[in-house]
Design a protein around this ligand. Structure first.
Ligand code: C2E
Ligand code: CA
Ligand code: CA
Length: 766
């Protein structure tokens, strides 16, 4: 072994050590890939001196081995070196450049024509290194830092090849000496650059972590299971505990239910033992100031300064949960009374019906306030709301623990008694509320209610059927005036099914103009001459036949369809009047019935005026018949509406007088022209007490200057007594039933003819 052999060995050894060092640096800081490339470049460079050593020591027949080693060392060495330098400058070696370097290196080493290997190879090596060095100088020098020395060192390493180019074999020793030194320096620079890069990287990550955690509203805690290693400001705000004095504050300060309770300890153990990778749990926690927090925790394993730790993310769900609960409450409760609504009722009923075994009963009461719509219209919505609230309070007090109260909507309530106790007891309690006056700021009111009771499983076998049965019973109770209660019966359900079908058919009927008018004549009590007609609504329901107006008008009133229907009928009557007037040259007043809902509609007088104008008939051709119920429920509004109609010149009749609530004083207060005595008072005529009543009404009417019409005259006897008692006009089957337009027209023609004869007679007499 000559000294040059040792030099080769030292060179190879140093390259291997420097290369391995760089690879180790890269292994710790994986993001610093340039260290890896330079490490590989340095290690592969070690193959060159080893190859040369073998070349010197082996016999010539082993020549391919050193050549192969030189090729294996030289090409990767150049490629990795270029790639490492470029990566350090934040760039990548393009595939084209890589191929060019590899091909040139192979040519320089392997071409037989290349001859002297200590000439062409060093030239190529010098060119590549000086090129890379110049580029590195341009890219890295301005950046400062240790990397700036890479450029000059590479150029130096390149220039070192001149010893070989110029002195060939004689320059080898000097070349190897300097190459070892410079390569070691380059390795050191790369290693330092990698460490600096890693430090910068972790500083950046630390800043990012801080930015993320210090400013987030979510709490972030890092713990090793026994101590708090880190807690962001949000945690301190959340718990109101001065956690800030040190990262190692004791857990003892924390409120129970916070992140440091037993649940966390368990989750920490599970995460650290690898049983789970992420943990989620929730907790309620009372914090400083007595606030109750609802917290959600999410935790996972982290390395904290090289220690195994658990990072916990704490989210305060208190507000979110509260608004979710509020939304749920809103969806399931009535706003005005705070009572559970229909959806809750159905849910509960289903539950009770599902749970109930054979021995269990569940009572359902459906309660509907009578005429509440009218109450609202007359007293205003505010008073209506107050009354509802007072009514609910009274119901709740009366029910106590017996039964759960719910509001189905508007003026309808439901009471469930899952104990299925005596129906009578619950009914008595509910009735007691309707007996007492409800005191509200606007005044004192009495309320009537209709109640339907159904018991599971006696009346129905499912929740829906139970509600249907109670509803049907409630509608049955509505037929009885005042507060009343009805027990469910199968036939009620059928009846309400029918009434629903009728309602649907009526809607269609109104749209298709199926409702028309018949006209019943009214005659003079003394002369028997035609004095007018009453227009009476008729509906021939397809496939069913004639439906009584008593039935369909009631449905129209209940559903609000009456406003539309009433307006259509008023127009129909007025068009008929106009037509008679046009063909016969005269007309008698036609009375049109007006429902209370219709009358109390603020736009009603304008509607009448509009119809008169559009049909072109004078106001005296139209009479309106109203019933007492409108006036009873709301005297003030009725008076105002009637006054407006009077101003238009329209006569108004009080219909069905003598039934129900009839009050004589009301006749005095309202601006009326006609009073119609109800059929119920005419029928018993000539019984003396009936005569006395009719006479009294007629006397009062005379005092008030009202015309009296007797309805339902069926016999001559009734007619005579009624006339003697003081009635002015008769209407009844004795004279005519309600007639079709054509027949009514005949009556009109007869009147025209009679008037004409009378006129000639009186002319002759004169
Ligand atoms: P109402 O206004 O009291 O009408 C008089 C009712 O008595 C009519 O019954 C008529 O046919 C009947 N009637 C007339 N003379 C006699 C008689 O001598 N004997 C008997 N037994 N009955 C007689 P109808 O047409 O069935 O109407 C019943 C009720 O329906 C009406 O009672 C009225 O309250 C309501 N109605 C009818 N048409 C309308 C309408 O266009 N609008 C409104 N709102 N209600 C109407
Ligand atoms: Ca009438
Ligand atoms: Ca009547």
């Amino acid at each position: 072994m000559t000294p040059i052999h040792y030099l080769y060995l030292i060179n190879a050894g140093v390259f291997c050590i420097v290369g391995a060092g760089l690879l180790l640096v890269w292994q710790r800081h994986r993001s610093q890939t340039f260290a890896r490339d330079m490490g590989l470049a340095t290690i592969s460079s070690a193959l060159l001196p080893i190859g040369y050593l073998l070349h010197l020591s082996l016999s010539p027949r082993w020549v391919p081995i050193p050549t192969l080693l030189a090729l294996l060392g030289a090409i990767p060495s150049l490629l990795f070196l270029s790639s490492g330098v470029l990566r350090l400058a934040g760039r990548r070696l393009s595939p084209l450049a890589a191929v060019s370097i590899a091909v040139s290196a192979s040519l320089a080493l392997a071409l037989p024509a290349a001859g002297n290997k200590l000439f062409y190879w060093p030239i190529l090596y010098l060119l590549v290194l000086c090129c890379m060095g110049t580029l590195a100088l341009r890219w890295l020098w301005p950046k400062g830092g240790v990397e700036r020395w890479v450029g000059p060192l590479l150029i130096l390493l390149g220039l070192n090849q001149l010893f070989l180019i110029v002195y060939a074999e004689q320059g080898l020793a000097v070349n190897i000496f300097w190459a070892t030194l410079i390569r070691s320096a380059i390795g050191a620079v790369f290693a330092l650059a990698a460490l600096e890069g890693a430090i910068r990287e972790s500083a950046r990550l630390a800043v990012r972590f801080q930015q993320m955690t210090e400013h987030t509203v979510q709490g972030v805690v890092v713990t090793d299971g026994a101590r708090i290693l880190y807690a962001n400001p949000a945690v301190r705000n959340l718990y109101g505990v001065p956690l800030g004095q040190g990262a190692y504050a004791a857990f003892g300060d924390m409120p129970t239910g916070s992140f440091c309770d037993q649940t966390m300890q368990r989750q920490h153990r599970l995460l650290q033992s690898g049983v789970s990778t992420i943990a989620n749990w929730e907790n309620r926690c009372a914090v400083a100031g007595g606030r109750q927090l609802e917290l959600r925790f999410e935790a996972w394993r982290v390395d904290w300064d090289g220690l195994p730790a658990t990072q916990i993310l704490i989210t305060d769900d208190t507000e979110r949960n509260a608004s979710a609960r509020a939304l749920l409450h809103q969806a399931s409760h009535d706003e005005l009374t705070g009572l559970p609504n229909r959806s809750v009722l159905m849910r509960q009923l289903r539950q009770y019906c599902y749970l109930a075994d054979g021995s269990m009963h569940c009572t359902l009461v459906v309660l509907n306030i009578d005429r509440f719509k009218l109450f609202n219209q007359s007293q205003g919505d505010l008073a209506g709301d107050q009354v509802l609230q007072a009514f609910v309070a009274a119901l709740q007090q009366a029910l106590g623990e017996r039964g759960e109260l719910m509001r189905l909507g508007g003026d309808e309530f439901a009471i469930i008694d899952p104990s299925g106790g005596a129906v009578r007891e619950i009914a008595d309690r509910l009735r007691s509320v309707c007996v007492q006056a409800l005191k509200v700021p606007e005044g004192e009111y009495f309320i009537d209610a209709s109640m339907g009771v159904a018991v599971f499983p006696d009346h129905a076998d499912s929740a829906d059927a139970l509600l249907r049965a109670a509803n049907a019973a409630m509608y049955q109770a509505k037929r009885t005036p005042g507060t009343s209660l009805a027990m469910a019966e199968q036939r009620f359900v059928q009846m309400s099914r029918d009434s629903l079908a009728t309602e649907q058919a009526l809607r269609k009927g109104i749209r298709n103009h199926e409702i028309y008018l018949d006209y019943q004549p009214k005659v003079d009590a003394v002369t028997g001459q035609l004095r007018g007609f009453e227009a009476l609504a008729r509906w021939r329901r397809p496939e069913v036949g004639q439906v009584s107006p008593v039935e369909f008008i009631a449905i129209a009133e209940r559903t609000g369809l009456i406003v539309e229907l009433g307006a259509a009928l008023l127009e129909q009557a007025c068009r008929q009047i106009a037509q008679w007037r046009a063909t016969l040259g005269t007309c008698v007043p036609v009375a049109v019935n007006v429902s209370p809902v219709q009358l109390l509609n603020p736009g009603f007088p304008q509607l009448v005026q509009q119809v008169l104008a559009s049909t072109g008939i004078p106001a005296e051709c139209l009479t309106l018949e109203i019933t007492e119920s409108a006036a009873i429920d709301n005297l003030e509004d009725t008076t105002r509406q009637l006054a407006m109609l009077e101003e238009l010149g329209i006569k108004v009749a009080m219909d069905d007088f003598g039934t129900g609530f009839s009050s004589l004083s009301m006749l005095r207060q309202l601006p009326l022209s006609i009073v119609k005595i109800d059929r119920g008072l005419i029928e018993p005529l000539p019984a003396p007490d009936a005569v006395a009543v009719v006479r009294a009404i007629c006397q009062l009417a005379a005092a008030l200057d009202l015309e009296v019409v007797a309805e339902g005259i069926e016999t001559l006897e009734q007619a005579i007594t009624a006339r003697d008692a003081g009635c002015h006009v008769f209407q009844g089957y004795f004279y005519a039933k309600p007639l079709g337009v054509a027949e009514a027209g005949v009556w009109m023609q007869r009147l025209v003819a009679e008037t004409a004869t009378e006129d000639t007679e009186s002319a002759e007499l004169n």
